[in-house]
Structure formats: C-alpha cells, structure tokens
Design a protein around this ligand. Structure first.
Ligand SMILES: *Cc1c(COP(=O)(O)O)cnc(C)c1O
Length: 354
C-alpha cells in the first residue's frame, strides 16, 4: 500500500536511507552487532561522525573556518544556546513566525532583543526585504523557512553583523552562499534524519567574543574542543544524517535538489491557485518551497475533503494545530509522485464539490 507522507517533522526520508538505517539497527556493517550497540568512542563511530561533518562542509561549500556539531535539545535549545554564547548586550531578530517568536522569547533571557520586523499582526504571511540592522548589535537572527505558516526568506541581508539562521526546515534544500552565515542551526527531523539531533554550523571566529561563564554542554567552544563528542551524542541520528547527505551527494548536490524542489512546489501552488475550492494566504514572493499551506474557501467542506484524502492513504496533511487548514510539507525526500497524487485528489474534489 503506497502511503503519501506530508508530515511536517519528523517527516519523510529517502527510502534508501530508511532501508539502510533499518539494516544497521539489526547488524551494523554486517558486524553482527547493532548500530545501537556500538560505542560512541569506537573507531566505527569516529568515522561516521567525521564523515558526516565533512559531508556537511562539502555540500555547503564551507571550509575549516567552520565547525560542525551534532547536538541534542533540538532547535529549541539553540534558541537559548545562541544568545548564551553570542549575546553580550543586544541582538536583532526578525519575528517571522511562531518558531522565530520562540527564539525571541528565549533570547530575552540574556539581553536586549531588538525586533526589526514582526509579522505577527498580519498572521506572518510575508517577510520584508528592507529592514535596517544596527551596527552595534552582537548578531542578527532570522528563520530561513517558517515551517508553520509556510513562508521562506528568498534573500538574506548584506551586513557586517554576524548572521545567525534557524534553517531547521529548509537546510540542504536550496543553493545559498553559506559563507554569509556565522551560525546555522537545524533540527535534523525535517529534512535530514530522525529527531533528537541538531546540526550546528559555526564560524569559529565568532566564539572569540564570549564574555560570560557558560555550563559545558551549552558552550560551543567546549564541544569544538572535544571534537564534537563532549558526551554521548545521538549515534543513530548522526548515522542516518550521513546516509541522507550521501544521498544528496549522489543526486548531484543541493543545486539539483533546488531545481526539484522548485518544480514540486510550483506544481502544488499552481493547483491551489487554479482550484476553485482552495486558497493559499502567503504573499507570493515568500511562499515556501518546503511547507505549502492552504485553506478551503468554504470551511463547510472540511469533512468531505478530509474523508477523501485520508481514504487515499495521504498522511500528515492537517495544518498546524494553531492555524488549522492544510499544510503539505514537501521536503527533499518527498517523491514527485506524491505531489502529483495530491493534486489529482484536489482536482477530483473540485470536480465533485465546486
Ligand atoms: C521544528 C522547528 C523548530 C523546533 O525544533 P525542535 O527540534 O522541536 O526543537 C524550530 N525552528 C523551526 C524553523 C522548526 O521548523
């Protein structure tokens, strides 16, 4: 039975990756012991973590000025860990969604937060391109893709201020000049791996300005000093990330994924725009290629539409619990067949109910 998985996270992973990952749980590299049973200090795992870090660098075109860490606590811990390490007095934030808003609230524990733009009053449906970043702030924080409402930043500011970016839901989905960022974090369960691990990419020089004492686990410098293995990391999630990154490389890298993602998203947005029964409420320039949100124009048809897609083995199409409506998360690994199938269902629904 074919399942079409539109979950927002944890979410669909490449089939080959899931299969190999599953095999490794039974017997890691045909060793007779499970990946879950190997030591995180073993040579085998050293190889895995080093390879995963070097794949991240290769795919993003970053050099050794950057350190790659695989931490726990999700992107949520990074909301606090970033200001803990980088905020001496004041930082500038874009409030472009519910996650961005949570990042602001955490940062307020450590200093002054200057909000350069808030989309709260227009339901986070657009992201401006023009805002002024004051020179004196310690860093500028933004969210590249707003998973819940379905907006995406299409460009990033040019500034001397270090840019920190939460890329949880669109990392490795499009070509970017990754060198423009001083710190990138992304929880793995959206586009890379299982939950329980966060990829953190840091330009090492920004850590030289830290003034406060920081508990070990929360101090990026201590993780770097310990080669990324300060304590027991999430072995399974790191291994699965390695497999996904290899899959990305085999496909031809991020530029190929970007083309595919643009194509997949366009197909779905075109259907939403042309279908009499649905609408997307996001400013056209900010529509996300990863999380496509849409609503029924007549809420009274909700029951009928839900019945229809659920019966067809479509999974995870419900909108976020705070917003309602629908959201198709179409990450790197979702096959185009699933998008075409959803479009077919939407067309059929229009035929019957318009
Ligand atoms: C999912 C998500 C988070 C939260 O991630 P956790 O791993 O649950 O902490 C933060 N930011 C963005 C943009 C997300 O999509």
């Amino acid at each position: 039975m074919k399942i079409h998985n539109f979950n927002a996270g944890p979410s669909v992973l490449p089939k080959k990756v899931v299969e190999k990952s599953a095999k490794s749980i039974i017997s890691f590299n045909e060793s007779g012991i499970s990946l879950l049973e190997i030591s995180h200090r073993s040579l085998d795992f050293m190889e895995i973590i080093e390879k995963t870090a070097s794949l991240v660098k290769r795919i993003t075109n970053l050099n050794d000025d950057y350190a790659i860490l695989f931490l726990q606590g999700g992107a949520t811990l990074q909301f606090a860990m970033v200001p803990y390490n980088l905020m001496n007095k004041e930082a500038a934030y874009l409030d472009t969604g519910i996650w961005a808003h949570n990042a602001v609230k955490e940062a307020e524990n450590f200093g002054k937060v200057k909000i350069l733009f808030s989309g709260k009053d227009n339901n986070y449906t657009y992201i401006p391109e023009n805002y002024h970043i004051p020179d004196k702030v310690d860093y500028f924080h933004c969210t590249s893709n707003n998973t819940i409402v379905g907006t995406q930043m299409k460009s990033f500011p040019i500034t001397y201020v270090p840019i920190v970016c939460d890329m949880s839901s669109d990392i490795f989905s499009r070509k970017l000049n990754f060198r423009q960022f001083s710190l990138i974090y992304a929880s793995a369960q959206k586009n890379v791996s299982s939950s329980g691990m966060t990829i953190v990419i840091i330009k090492k020089e920004i850590l030289e300005k830290i003034k406060r004492n920081i508990p070990s686990y929360l101090d990026y410098r201590i993780h770097i000093k310990n080669n990324g293995i300060l304590n027991t990391p999430n072995v399974f999630s790191i291994y699965t990330s390695m497999l996904t990154l290899e899959w990305i490389e085999r496909k031809g890298g991020i530029s190929i994924l970007e083309e595919e993602n643009e194509h997949k998203a366009k197909l779905l947005y075109d259907e939403i725009d042309n279908n009499e029964l649905f609408e997307n409420r996001i400013h056209k320039n900010n529509r996300s290629n990863m999380n496509v949100s849409f609503f029924l124009k007549k809420k009274s048809l909700e029951k009928e539409f839900n019945k229809m897609w659920i019966k067809e083995n479509i999974v995870g199409l419900d909108g976020h619990r705070l917003l309602g409506g629908y959201r198709a998360s179409i990450y790197n690994a979702i096959p185009i067949e699933s998008i075409l199938f959803l479009i077919e269902i939407m067309k059929e629904f229009e035929k019957r109910f318009a």
